[in-house]
Design a protein around this ligand. Structure first.
Ligand SMILES: *[C@@H]1O[C@H](CO)[C@@H](O)[C@H](O)[C@H]1NC(C)=O
Ligand SMILES: *[C@@H]1O[C@H](CO)[C@@H](O)[C@H](O)[C@H]1NC(C)=O
Ligand SMILES: *[C@@H]1O[C@H](CO)[C@@H](O)[C@H](O)[C@H]1NC(C)=O
Length: 168
């Protein structure tokens, strides 16, 4: 009995080590357009026995220093309410903690980090995804015309002058 004890200890240590080997993968950057929706990817490895699995997402605004929890939704962060969702089935069964963001605005840009909790006190963070909101939002066509306006007038004047010079 006494001889078996060390073996048991070694086995137990192996199991503990395996349990702590959790990696969390997030793509370094993702892009989306204003008004659209997207999936902020986060996948992880965990032992099947990680029955206390939980996920939190935090966000750091561009140029900001602090990270704010956005999932599970916190009462301080209201601008994302109703626009974020996480598929709990995929989280439990496919080790996919990706977060869906809907109705994106430029203010949603920032660094998003995914934390996987394997117990109440032990979490593993992804490296974070830098989200850029690019492209044209609704109504930005007007700004295009405004920018084109003066150039359009100049082009028209040049065309008329050119036509006159060529005729003479
Ligand atoms: C996170 O970043 C570190 C340092 O750049 C890198 O070594 C590591 O592989 C990254 N982890 C993942 C899961 O991408
Ligand atoms: C995010 O995950 C989806 C579905 O799993 C995949 O199709 C897509 O290529 C991933 N995007 C990135 C940037 O990893
Ligand atoms: C997104 O915006 C549309 C139109 O403004 C609205 O009907 C819809 O409920 C919004 N969806 C979410 C998830 O906020």
């Amino acid at each position: 009995m006494c001889r078996k004890l060390p073996i048991w200890l070694v086995l137990q240590r192996c199991l503990l080590l395996q349990g702590s080997e959790v990696w969390v993968y997030q793509p370094p950057e993702q892009r989306a357009s204003p008004g659209g929706s997207m999936l902020l990817n986060c996948t992880f490895s965990a032992t099947p026995k990680a029955s206390k699995l939980a996920v939190t997402w935090v966000r750091r605004a561009p140029g900001g220093s602090g990270e704010v929890q956005i999932y599970p939704p916190s009462s301080q962060v209201t601008e994302l309410h109703g626009r974020i969702a996480l598929d709990s089935g995929r989280f439990r069964h496919q080790r996919d903690a990706s977060l869906r963001l809907a109705n994106l605005t430029r203010h949603d840009a920032g660094l998003y980090r995914c934390f996987i909790w394997t117990s109440a006190t032990s979490s593993h963070a992804g490296n974070g995804t830098e989200l850029s909101i690019l492209g044209e939002g609704p109504g930005s066509g007007v700004r295009h015309w405004a920018a084109c306006g003066p150039l359009g007038v100049v082009a028209a004047i040049l065309l008329i002058l050119h036509a006159r010079v060529c005729r003479e």
